[in-house]
Design a protein around this ligand. Structure first.
Ligand code: GLC
Length: 442
């Protein structure tokens, strides 16, 4: 309760502050980010009229691969006729994801929720004739999964929006400030609609690159959102006014410095469903990517795209189910953990329990051999294989009595310990993790 109050007070305080104060606040992780950092895995859903023909979401007309008229005509084929939000929520839950983010409106300006602002929604203009977001949020929430709304700031369909297709814009801001003001009122109005109708736990903005923070009025948008729901969190694509970083498709080598971060990555090669996009990442590769991301303190937001009728391909379903087998077996090494050891201590990803007294080692290779931890200045109380009752022995070698440098810990891991995708060991320490990071002097 005290926490809650503090949160509200902080949010109210923020409302009265200038841009600088808000930006500074974001340097320190907001308390509300905790559930997000505990969640580790999210599922990202790109659904829209682009799944009728199976073309690039919005970009296909922007990049003139297809005419605007032909692109928009796809709405006549968007049926959602086999859409089963309960089955979607069940699949997401099975995968081990603790949150999901879905496109409420992409750059094409087509809303999947019930917007009152125009006819550009699947509710008013497609044979589906319904809001497909709200029922999903109900089903997700019933299963304890947090709900995120993807919303594109860009709206290439709106006549008041300056850009249209590549090389062919409608106007510049200085030529038509009134048009830009109309657009801002409209898009901020849609944000208010989404806040009221869907009450997202997380806002996933996109497309901020086309304008500056001042032009978008990014701070005002942040404040609007937090006023309605002080606990909402906002991704890093609100022109500097979000809470966490969002690298896309590319695994960072250097850990992002933001208070939290999330790698969004497609299961295949595309965000939305496309018929030729069948080259899905293998379960093995997904799990190794996931371990790498969480070992560096990030989340993985894994992208899938349903067909226009609301079904997923068997390959997408199989990957999520496989992922679920592994995440449930290794839950304690995943959820609620934090970034593990910095590089140099162990040749593979690691995570730490929140109190940093338990270390989890994600073995990059199948078991059957010795694993080594360097520079660990703790006594190891026990080692076991996660998800199995298999205690393992360890030994410490190279400890010199007169030196403060810790010895090397070796753990022998028998072949039988091997998990089909990635084996994880649990190392219990005698206290909070302590590391030696020096160059091997006295
Ligand atoms: C990019 C693209 C967009 C996609 C998004 C997902 O920003 O513009 O098509 O939805 O990435 O992260």
């Amino acid at each position: 309760m005290i926490r809650r109050l503090a949160t509200v007070v902080l949010a109210l305080a923020l409302l009265g502050q200038g841009a600088e104060a808000v930006a500074q606040d974001q340097e320190a992780a907001r308390f509300e980010l905790q559930w997000f950092q505990d969640a580790r895995l999210g599922i990202f859903i790109h659904w829209g009229i682009y799944s009728v023909k199976g073309v690039d979401e919005s970009w296909s007309f922007y990049n003139k691969k297809i005419g605007y008229g032909e692109y928009m005509k796809q709405i006549e084929g968007f049926s959602a006729k086999n859409y089963d939000p309960a089955a979607w929520a069940e699949l997401i839950k099975k995968s081990g994801a603790r949150y999901a983010v879905i496109t409420t409106k992409h750059h094409d300006g087509l809303a999947l929720y019930d917007t009152k602002f125009n006819e550009r929604s699947v509710v008013r203009s497609s044979p589906a004739k319904r809001d497909v977001i709200a029922p999903l949020f109900v089903e997700l929430r019933e299963r304890g999964i947090r709900c995120g709304a993807y919303y594109s700031l860009i709206d290439w369909s709106d006549e008041d929006y300056p850009a249209f297709v590549q090389g062919d814009g409608r106007y510049t801001l200085s030529e038509n400030p009134a048009g830009w003001q109309r657009f801002r009122d409209f898009y901020q109005g849609q944000i208010s609609e989404i806040a009221a109708q869907l009450k997202p736990d997380l806002w996933w903005f996109d497309g901020d690159w086309e304008h500056s923070a001042e032009e978008w009025e990014a701070m005002k948008v942040r404040q609007m959102i937090l006023k309605v729901n002080p606990r909402a969190i906002i991704n890093g694509r609100l022109a500097g006014f979000g809470d966490y970083a969002t690298p896309e498709q590319n695994i960072p080598i250097e850990t992002p410095t933001a208070p939290a971060w999330e790698l969004c990555m497609t299961l295949g090669e595309q965000w939305g469903w496309q018929p030729q996009d069948t080259n899905y990442k293998s379960t093995h590769d997904l799990i190794h990517i996931f371990a790498d991301v969480i070992g560096h303190g990030g989340n993985l937001l894994l992208g899938i795209g349903p067909k226009e009728d609301g079904t997923f391909t068997p390959g997408q379903v199989a990957r999520l189910e496989d992922l679920g087998h592994w995440t449930s077996k290794h839950a304690e090494a995943i959820y609620g953990t934090r970034a593990g050891l910095p590089s140099g201590h162990f040749f593979g990803p690691t995570t730490l329990s929140k109190d940093s007294t338990t270390l989890y080692l994600f073995l990059p290779q199948p078991a059957g051999g010795s694993m080594e931890i360097k520079g660990l200045d703790n006594k190891i109380l026990s080692v076991e294989v996660v998800g199995r009752s298999m205690p393992l022995a360890h030994r410490v070698v190279g400890k010199i009595s007169w030196s403060k440098v810790p010895g090397l810990a070796f753990i022998d891991v028998p072949m039988e310990a091997t998990d089909p995708w990635m084996t994880v060991l649990k190392v219990k320490l005698d206290g909070k993790v302590k590391l030696y990071r020096g160059q091997g002097g006295f």
